[in-house]
Design a binder for this molecule. Structure first.
Ligand code: UGA
Length: 427
């Protein structure tokens, strides 16, 4: 596995757990030293256990020596980042650099699998780069996009809906199928297509899911005005099997390291192929607008008088079960509220965040109670289990407080009974 980010580390550890011998490679020596000492760089439920177990058994190894790892492997997965570059396209420099490095060490036959999220035709370019140093008969470049979610990564690896492999080479396909055999036996669908097809599938899946979320978020806006509960609408449409109930939860704008990046990148790919992806463009616009809209809603809950008001965020990461701040709505909302004179406290189960360490009037609290105690408004920003049954009446010192539940974790009826001033999304 080249790259020990979410995809490389999780997939590497899980492949080792299936009985394979795996090398995880990273240029970052510090990260490799830490991993060799049992220190996991990311918060991902269940990962530490699998890494430690397989490291001890010798099936999982960490190194910054790419040459040694490539020589010892039959299959090489490229799992490096493809961040957004200035014009919105995917920055492929890490993929191309990895390809160059790999090419220098190919002496016997290797399958080079691209797991990074890359625009269509990247596989063709990777093949070209590798063929500059390695003999064509010594390698085959294929695509095998990853669909795991942060916070659910282990489960998603072990029980995927489908495994997508892009190659026209039947022999290689068989080899990859046998690698995934344990998962296929448990019910995963193995789907093969062309290399370019697999590349587009990854972006189309993420863009479609982002569209689904933005769609229900906008329907939620309508529900709120029409005094209808969006949760009912979500269930009501999701029961139609053609629509499906998943990814129809309203919330803050979608965030993370993938949806915001990948929607922009596919629009850019559209430009390169002279194709107007107008729906995805509209989704990006709708999602960006939502962050400001929610800041305005928070202000209006406090009657637009937020100077010196104490506002608490419960959770600041982009969703629950992760420590990842990338693309989080809080990164936009907190500065928006600070600008208007609010004082922010936040509690997050994954601890203090460096993103706010230099921001004036933003304070981390290490318990829910201390974060909320004398707050004017509590914003439930992520859906951690520990936020789902808070005894607000007990922890609030102030008699008058308000709650803005951006994940609809509580029932408006129950809150009314408790005489709590409660606001949620789309209801
Ligand atoms: C996403 C995809 O779900 C994975 O399949 C994919 O492999 C991954 O991107 C990637 O390309 O690497 P991830 O970014 O980890 O996974 O997180 P999601 O669970 O998809 O959530 C993304 C955002 O959508 C979060 O902000 C979440 O709160 C929001 N969301 C999700 C909603 O607002 N409503 C929903 O119903 C679902």
């Amino acid at each position: 596995m080249i790259g020990t980010g979410y995809v490389g580390l999780v997939s590497g550890a899980c492949f080792a757990d299936l009985g394979n011998s795996v090398w995880c490679v990273d240029k970052d020596k510090n990260k490799i030293d830490n991993l060799n000492n049992g220190i996991i760089p990311i918060y991902e439920p269940g990962l530490e256990e699998i890494v430690n177990k397989n490291f001890k058994s010798g099936r999982l190894k960490f190194t910054s020596n790419l040459e040694e790892a490539v020589k010892a492997s039959q299959i090489i997965f490229i799992c490096v980042g493809t961040p957004t570059s200035k014009n919105g396209s995917a920055d492929l420099s890490y993929v191309y650099n990895a390809s160059k490095e790999i090419s220098k060490s190919i002496k016997t036959f290797k399958i080079v699998v691209n797991k990074s999220t890359v625009p269509v035709t990247t596989g063709d370019k990777v093949e070209k780069i590798i063929s500059k140093k390695a003999k064509k008969r010594n390698f085959e470049v294929i695509s095998n996009p990853e669909f795991l979610r942060e916070g659910e990564a282990i489960r998603d690896f072990r029980f995927p809906d489908r495994i997508v492999v892009g190659t026209n080479n039947k022999k290689i396909l068989k080899k990859i199928e046998s690698l995934y055999e344990p998962l296929i036996k448990k019910g995963a669908t193995f789907f093969s297509t062309s290399r370019r097809g697999a590349e587009i599938i990854k972006y189309a899946a993420n863009a479609f899911l982002a569209t689904k979320i933005s769609f229900i978020n906008e329907i939620g806006n309508l529900c709120e005005k029409a005094n209808v509960d969006v949760e009912d609408v979500s269930l009501g449409i999701g029961l139609d099997k053609r629509i499906g109930s998943r990814f129809l939860r309203v919330g803050p704008s979608y965030g993370g390291s993938c949806f915001p990046k990948d929607t922009k990148a596919i629009v850019n790919t559209g430009y390169n192929f002279k194709t107007n992806l107008s729906i995805i463009k509209a989704v990006i616009k709708s999602n960006d607008y939502r962050m400001d809209m929610l800041s305005k809603k928070a202000k209006s809950i406090l009657n637009n008088k937020i100077k010196n008001k104490k506002i608490t965020f419960l959770g600041v990461t982009f969703k629950a079960n992760t420590d990842d701040m990338r693309g989080s709505t809080s990164l936009k909302m907190i500065p928006n509220l600070i600008k208007k004179g609010a004082i922010i406290r936040y509690y997050d189960p994954t601890g203090i965040k460096k993103e706010f360490s230099k921001t004036k009037n933003v304070l981390f609290c290490d318990t829910i109670s201390s974060a909320c105690a004398d707050s004017d408004l509590v914003i439930i920003h992520t859906e951690w289990d520990e936020f789902k049954s808070i005894d607000f009446k007990r922890i609030f010192k102030k008699k008058k407080f308000k709650i803005f539940d951006m994940r609809n974790l509580y029932s408006p009826k129950d809150m009314k009974k408790l005489k709590i001033s409660y606001y949620s999304i789309g209801r």
